[in-house]
Design a protein around this ligand. Structure first.
Ligand code: SF4
Ligand code: SF4
Ligand code: SF4
Length: 365
């Protein structure tokens, strides 16, 4: 039995930043209602109550956006109150939040520490690189503010990961970025390939991550990471850890590495549920938790065939020597063909190049 995972967007797509590559802004532009506003306390209470009734052993609440802190700290104080009130089965509850860090102050930091939140804070490397794309509403760089927030996290012992979007700039500067993260002691790192807008031919923006750049990025980063890991300096890298886990026979925890889409509940501010953060689109809506229970959502989900569509493996993947490690990658990187099937992954050549380069060392680890 898998834990119940909820990814909640309490401020819908609202954000106080204006990052040039923001994928959720693009998702919102591709649906009829761009923003569902702020989630009400009543909706939050319904979600917590229904989730804790439905979950069997563990339940993870992840808050994301847009910018989830815009809804205010009291929203999260209510969350904790509801989790205590409705956890009748004594389930293990995890809370996580992904933030741009802009609104975090001392009070927030204390709250996040006291309530064991795991925080993902977005930072795209050094000031020079970060401030090219991660800008605020006034088009000013955001690096200084993000670093202030990280200082607060250190001071108040908040557990955090650094989330870095792999743009063309990050990919070509990964060596200096990695050294900088080392200096700052950022030992928990997640790198997320940058997406081009839905429906566009990929690779046409200055920030676009091309397969060639991604392949080179993975190799460069791996060299740096491997050196640290074999010299007794632990650095958590989500992608590499998952690959090593697959080699050891474990199921990867990162959805896009499992080989098909998985059960996810992405919940917009009005209580609507969608199958994945990349697909919060009108034609993918499963239902709404105000009117429905999780049992109804599961019934509707199986009718939608979202997961089934991702199960078909391409012939070239079946014959590929890396199929057990790669598993075809995330569906968002596979275009839908006219016949409804998915094409081979956009980053196929990057994966092949990387595995060929790193496999011996991966196995050693
Ligand atoms: S902080 Fe996140 S949600 Fe806000 S604009 Fe940047 S990428 Fe988009
Ligand atoms: S699109 Fe990617 S992240 Fe979303 S459910 Fe499918 S594999 Fe997972
Ligand atoms: S490397 Fe390419 S062909 Fe091989 S499994 Fe991955 S996506 Fe398929």
């Amino acid at each position: 039995m898998y834990p119940l995972n909820l990814l909640i967007k309490p401020a819908s797509g609202y954000c106080n930043f204006k990052c040039k590559y923001c994928f959720y802004e693009d998702v919102a532009h591709n649906r009829e209602v761009q923003s569902y506003g702020f989630m009400s306390t009543k909706t939050l209470e319904q979600i917590v109550k229904k989730a804790l009734k439905f979950a069997k052993d563990e339940c993870t609440f992840t808050f994301q956006g847009g910018e989830p802190t815009l809804v205010g700290l009291d929203f999260y104080k209510d969350l904790i109150k509801f989790q205590k009130k409705y956890n009748k089965k004594g389930l293990k509850i995890h809370n996580t939040i992904q933030t741009n860090g802009y609104l975090i102050d001392k009070e927030w930091a204390k709250f996040l520490h006291n309530n064991n939140f795991l925080v993902g804070i977005s930072l795209d490397g050094t000031k020079e690189i970060n401030d090219i794309n991660r800008i605020d509403a006034n088009k000013e760089g955001t690096y200084d503010k993000i670093l202030e927030t990280i200082e607060l996290f250190n001071k108040y012992k908040v557990e955090y990961n650094i989330l870095t979007v792999v743009t063309s700039y990050v990919a070509t500067n990964i060596k200096s970025i990695y050294e900088f993260y080392k200096e700052k002691n950022f030992s928990y790192q997640q790198y997320i390939p940058c997406l081009d807008p839905i429906g566009e031919i990929r690779g046409n923006h200055e920030y676009s991550l091309t397969p060639k750049l991604y392949g080179k990025f993975l190799k460069d980063l791996f060299d740096l990471w491997y050196e640290d890991m074999t010299n007794g300096r632990f650095v958590y890298n989500r992608y590499f850890e998952n690959i090593v886990g697959i080699i050891k026979g474990f199921r990867p925890e990162a959805c896009g590495m499992i080989g098909h889409c998985t059960l996810q509940n992405v919940i917009e501010a009005d209580g609507s549920v969608y199958p994945c953060d990349f697909y919060v689109l009108d034609d993918q809506k499963i239902g709404n938790l105000i009117e429905m229970d999780f049992e109804d959502i599961e019934r509707k989900r199986s009718e939608s065939k979202f997961i089934e569509t991702s199960l078909k493996v391409e012939d070239c993947c079946m014959e590929c020597k890396w199929k057990n490690l790669c598993r075809g990658g995330c569906r968002r990187d596979r275009d839908e063909n006219m016949d409804g099937n998915l094409s081979v992954n956009y980053f196929c050549e990057s994966y092949k190049e990387f595995f060929e380069y790193a496999i011996d060392r991966l196995v050693k680890l």
